[in-house]
Design a binder for this molecule. Structure first.
Ligand code: ADP
Ligand code: ZN
Ligand code: MG
Length: 493
């Protein structure tokens, strides 16, 4: 919770603690193949302007929209995952306004009877508490186009017109910039987990406006808020909201009032610019979209959407902690996305041992290898069964830990099983006493000077001897045994 101490201007000089009040409005681009009301390609990220348009999405007169079922099912899937009711009857409405990027002169949206009703997301905070964020509105709508300035001219690009969006508005339930950032982190995770959006903020798949006000702690009053537009990364939300909270606190401290502004976040300069006084609720003249029938869903369809939901990321995270006694840190990493959490569970099943051991191997070795090689989760030829086999080989002392780690990349690159590689390359650990004795005796012969120095008290040479044994055995000496034998040899006469 952001608490800002500020001296009240009244005479008793009481210190009052202020808290921030934040509500987020997000626009989520659904990853459908085609747009919401026509068959144009939905994702134009790499295409030149105005390539993916048709008479429907460009708003030519006399055309009729046809609703894309995939947009409805993805929107409903998200609503279900947010614990919202899916309305069996919802409506599309026209939101009328004029802007160059809106060729029709209205946006098809859902106003009062939207697809989703209610809902919430429980956001675990790193400090250990959980913030429940309630959802005010969850509805389907079409995106507008883009305009941009270049060389003193203004251009319009209609590619994005008609791209399916879910607009999701939260109650003013967030209490700090960090909470706002965490909400977005968990929302992005959920969207990808469900497969309903790529949720890439840089590409505008997930856009956010942040509404901010402050009030004394303990008050339930909603004070005048400002709205920050154009915050296109999670770090931008954190920075912009923090800056705005501070600005409002300074204002209130000075005895001034917060005015209802719309602010624009300038990410390059990391500062807020005032865009305009917020107009009193613009009159969009909402009315039912006459060209689309009511959206009617059957109970069976709705039940199937709910049935079809996977275990959600935060549920899985909680289960990993409760059932496997994993630390929160591990559970967070192992549920960062669905493929990694499934990889963990499959490995654990194949290994049938301590979950923490599997967690360590995945976090320290597999994820690092994946990262080093730039592999996506589905490009791992190192299967969970392979990984489990490697861990078992190390547990059994067949190979030492270092060889085991090295095996991972060999399996990844050859596609062979760990056991086959160990056999073919003779990687089995040398733990046979007589073989190790032979190596050590030989070493002591060749390096009698170092042996003498060690016996004179230069104990740091022990590590050097260990290293020599490892070298002679190509890293395959059992380190525990080597240590014991080496101690015996060096301390002896
Ligand atoms: P607007 O008048 O801007 O349309 P809404 O009531 O529709 O305001 O709310 C828009 C967003 O602003 C929502 O996310 C809501 O939670 C948030 N919000 C509303 N009032 C406040 C407030 N006083 N402080 C912070 N956020 C607020
Ligand atoms: Zn089109
Ligand atoms: Mg509003």
């Amino acid at each position: 919770m952001t608490k800002i101490n500020t001296r009240q201007s009244n005479e008793d000089g009481l210190m009052a603690e202020f808290e921030a009040v934040i509500g987020l409005e997000t626009h989520i681009q659904l990853n459908t193949v085609t747009k919401i009301f026509c068959s144009c390609k939905a994702d134009s990220w790499e295409d030149p302007p105005n390539m993916n348009i048709c008479p429907v999405c460009a708003g030519l007169p006399g055309v009729l929209p046809v609703l894309n079922e995939a947009a409805v099912s993805k929107g409903a899937r998200l609503a279900a995952a947010m614990h919202a009711e899916i309305r069996l009857i919802s409506y599309f409405d026209r939101k009328n306004y004029f802007y160059p990027d809106l060729p029709k002169g209205f946006q098809i949206s859902q106003f009062d009877q939207a697809l989703g009703d209610g809902g919430y997301l429980d956001v675990p905070m790193p400090e250990g508490y959980v913030r429940r964020v309630n959802i005010t509105k969850l509805h389907l709508e079409e995106d507008a186009g883009k305009t941009k300035y270049d060389g003193g001219r203004r251009y319009v690009d209609f590619n994005r017109c008609g791209v399916p969006l879910v607009e999701m508005v939260t109650e003013p339930d967030l209490r700090s910039a960090d909470e706002a950032a965490q909400y977005l982190i968990r929302l992005r995770q959920l969207l990808r987990w469900l497969g309903v959006s790529e949720a890439d903020m840089e590409k505008g798949h997930l856009r956010c406006d942040a509404n901010v006000s402050i009030r004394p702690v303990g008050s339930s009053h909603l004070n005048t808020k400002t709205e920050i537009k154009n915050v296109n990364s999670i770090e931008a939300v954190r920075a912009a909201v923090n800056m705005e909270i501070e600005r409002q606190c300074v204002l209130v401290q000075a005895g001034d009032r917060v005015e209802s502004w719309t602010l624009d976040w300038d990410d390059d300069r990391q500062r807020l610019n005032k865009m305009r006084f917020k107009e009193t609720e613009a009159d969009y003249r909402y009315f039912r979209e006459p060209d689309l029938p009511p959206l009617l869903l059957t109970e069976a369809w709705r039940d199937a959407v709910i049935q079809d939901l996977p275990e959600l990321p935060l549920e899985r995270r909680a289960r990993f902690m409760a059932d496997f006694q994993l630390p929160e840190y591990d559970a967070d990493i192992l549920t960062a996305d669905r493929p990694i959490s499934e990889y963990f569970e499959s490995t654990l099943t194949a290994y049938d041992g301590d979950p923490k051991v599997v967690s360590n191997w995945i976090m320290n070795e597999v994820l690092r290898m994946q990262n080093d090689l730039g592999l996506s989760a589905d490009a791992l030829t190192l299967t969970p069964e392979h990984l489990a086999e490697v861990i078992k080989l190390v547990d059994a002392g067949t190979v030492n830990a270092a060889t085991g780690k090295g095996l991972l990349i060999k399996v990844q690159e050859s596609g062979k099983t760990p056991e086959a590689i160990v056999a073919a390359e003779g990687l089995a650990q040398v733990s046979d006493d007589s073989a190790l004795w032979a190596v050590i005796a030989d070493l002591m012969d060749v390096h009698s000077e170092e042996v003498a120095n060690y016996r004179d008290g230069k104990e740091s040479l022990f590590g050097w001897f260990m290293g020599q044994v490892m070298r002679q055995t190509r890293g395959q000496a059992d380190p525990v045994k080597t240590r014991a034998l080496l101690e015996q040899a060096l301390k002896g006469e």
